[in-house]
Design a protein around this ligand. Structure first.
Ligand code: PAF
Length: 275
C-alpha cells in the first residue's frame, strides 16, 4: 500500500493502476462499517483506494471538527491489512484554496431533515466529494446507507453532472446490540451507549409494525417517538420518506426509508432502515 498526501503524488500512483478502481472516501477513525465498504470494493474492483480527510467545510460552527476522532496510525494499519492499494490522506491546503466555487445542495433533498438541522452541511459534503471523485476518477465509489440523505444527494450530483462513477450503496453495519457503527460512537459513555440502543430499537419496532400489516405513518412515528423519548435527550426527527426523500403517509414496500436523528448527551446520532 502506498500513502500519499497531495494531488500530484496521488496522480503518479493512480496512473500505475490498471482496471477498475473502487473508492472509499472516509473521514478516518475507521471501524467495521468502513471495513465493510473496503471489502465490498475489494470484491467488486481490481484496485481499491481509500481517502481519509476530515473535511472542514461540512462541519457547522460549534460542531465537533476540533475533537473529531483522529486515528491515523490505526487507520493506516487497517487499510494495509485490508489490502488497500492507495491510501490518500490529503492536507486541507492541498484540497482547498481561499476563494473557490461552492456547490449548493438542491432544495428538494438538501434542505430537509439533516439539511434543515445542519444547514450548509451538505454543501460541504458535495463540495469535497466532487473534488475527491475528480481527483481519484474511480469507476465505483462505495457509500454507507447510514448517511442515507448524503447518499441520495451524492447519487444525484453524479447523475446531474454526468460524472463517470457508479455509486454503490452499502448496508449499515451494526454492533452486536444493534447500534449502527459510527466514528462518533466513541464519544458515548456506557450509560449513553445503553440509551443510544433505542435508535435501532425504534426502527426495529417500525419494521415489525409494517411486517404485521400496519402502514400508517402517523401511528408508526408515534410508536417510534414513544420508544425514543424514553431514552434520548433530544429527539430531532423521526421521518418516513420514499427513496427520493418525499414524505410518505403510508409505508411503501421497497420504497421507504425511516430515519431518526437524536442527541444522547452531547452526541448527535442518526440511524435509518430501508423497507
Ligand atoms: O460520510 C463521510 O464520512 C463523509 O461525509 C464523506 C463522504 C467522506 C465526505 O467527507
Amino acid at each position: 500500500m502506498v500513502i500519499v498526501r497531495d494531488y500530484e503524488s496521488f496522480l503518479v500512483e493512480r496512473q500505475k493502476l490498471q482496471g477498475s478502481i473502487g473508492f472509499v472516501p472516509t473521514m478516518g477513525a475507521l471501524h467495521s462499517g468502513h471495513l465493510s465498504l473496503i471489502k465490498r470494493s475489494k470484491a467488486e474492483c481490481d484496485n481499491t483506494i481509500v481517502s481519509i480527510f476530515v473535511n472542514p467545510t461540512q462541519f457547522l460552527e460549534g460542531e465537533d471538527l476540533d475533537k473529531y476522532p483522529r486515528k491515523d496510525e490505526a487507520d493506516k494499519k487497517i487499510c494495509q491489512l485490508a489490502g488497500v492499494d492507495i491510501l490518500f490522506m490529503p492536507t486541507v491546503d492541498s484540497i482547498y484554496s481561499n476563494d473557490e466555487l461552492v456547490i449548493m445542495a438542491p432544495k428538494v433533498r438538501g434542505f430537509i431533515l439533516e439539511g434543515a438541522k445542519r444547514p450548509g452541511h451538505f454543501d460541504g459534503v458535495l463540495q469535497v466529494v466532487m473534488k475527491l471523485l475528480n481527483i481519484v476518477s474511480p469507476t465505483h465509489a462505495f457509500f454507507g446507507k447510514k448517511d442515507a440523505q448524503q447518499l441520495a444527494l451524492i447519487s444525484q450530483m453524479v447523475k446531474d453532472y454526468f460524472m463517470h462513477t457508479k455509486i454503490v450503496p452499502c448496508d449499515i453495519i451494526r454492533d452486536e446490540k444493534g447500534l449502527a457503527l459510527s466514528s462518533r460512537n466513541v464519544y458515548l459513555s456506557q450509560d449513553e451507549y445503553n440509551r443510544a440502543l433505542s435508535l435501532s430499537r425504534s426502527l426495529k419496532e417500525a419494521s415489525y409494525m409494517f411486517a404485521k400489516g400496519l402502514s400508517d405513518v402517523t401511528i408508526i412515528k408515534e410508536k417510534m417517538e414513544q420508544v425514543l423519548l424514553e431514552s434520548v435527550d433530544t429527539l430531532e426527527y423521526v421521518a418516513v420518506v420514499d427513496r427520493t426523500f418525499k414524505p410518505l403517509k403510508k409505508v411503501q414496500q421497497d420504497n421507504t426509508i425511516i430515519l431518526v436523528a437524536v442527541f444522547v448527551g452531547n452526541t448527535r446520532l442518526i440511524d435509518n432502515i430501508w423497507l
